[in-house]
Design a protein around this ligand. Structure first.
Ligand code: C5P
Length: 232
């Protein structure tokens, strides 16, 4: 599995998204479509980006009863996305159901990864809001192992956790890591960040990069810098 850079297209309209993607003349970056764009424009946005030749990570983080997730995943799989995700907190049974739903008539399916704990949740919230008393790292690893035992392909995690996830779940278990910034870049609201080069050394399989590319003066150059640092 080759390493790749996934560009988070966090835009609120089709027009902004397609204007942005049109900057990439001959390149076809792997694109992440999240809730904002999906809820604004619907499944047709996925088809339009797919038709332009991009691979798509549909980041909708499903979390519901297993039967509902199985059926929802069957619908998303028909959109021909390449990667999608669920919350590991939905249980092993829910993750297994998600995987079942994703398998297409021809036997293929998108990659399925799990969110362990959101990076916006800290130890204090884990204990006070969620009544989970174990250390965050233990919770993240436990959820990663649950995802692996349900047959999922990997997890979304911080690049700082990539090595530990690989040692617990094997090197073939994918780590998809947001929280990436250039050494001289603005961190924005991300707290624990790594550069693309550091993420490569940490063993990330895919980096998810949003604003360092989408808000750059020259997005294509910023994307190419990510690829050069991370993939080559
Ligand atoms: O702009 P930035 O590079 O911070 O974008 C990171 C992307 O990854 C956003 O779409 C954000 O929602 C997503 N993400 C994240 N942290 C997580 C899960 C997803 O930053 N734990």
């Amino acid at each position: 599995m080759g390493k790749d850079v996934i560009v988070a297209c966090d835009f609120d309209s089709a027009e902004k998204t397609l204007d942005f993607l049109s900057l990439f003349k001959d390149k076809k970056p792997f694109v992440k479509i999240g809730m904002e764009l999906f809820y604004a424009e619907g499944p047709d946005m996925v088809r339009r980006i797919k038709d332009r030749g991009h691979r798509i990570f549909l980041d909708l983080k499903l979390h519901d009863i297993p039967n509902t997730v199985r059926k929802a995943m069957a619908v998303l799989s028909r959109l021909d996305v390449d990667m999608c995700n669920v919350h590991a907190a939905g249980t092993v049974a829910m993750m297994e159901a998600a995987l079942e739903g994703l398998v297409r008539a021809d036997g293929t399916r998108p990659l399925l990864i799990a969110v362990t704990q959101l990076t916006s949740t800290d130890q204090d919230r884990l204990e006070k809001d969620l009544l989970i008393r174990e250390p965050m790292e233990e919770v993240v690893m436990h959820y990663a192992k649950n995802a692996k035992s349900a047959g999922l392909d990997g997890v979304v995690c911080s690049p700082l956790e990539a090595q530990t996830v690989h040692s617990a779940c094997g090197n073939g278990f994918l780590t998809v890591t947001p929280g990436v910034r250039f050494a001289d870049g603005d961190k924005g609201d991300q707290k624990r960040v790594m550069t693309p080069a550091q993420a490569r050394l940490a063993g990330s399989d895919y980096i998810v990069v949003g604003r360092p590319v989408t808000a750059a003066a020259d997005p294509v150059a910023a994307y190419e810098k990510c690829v050069k640092e991370f993939c080559l």
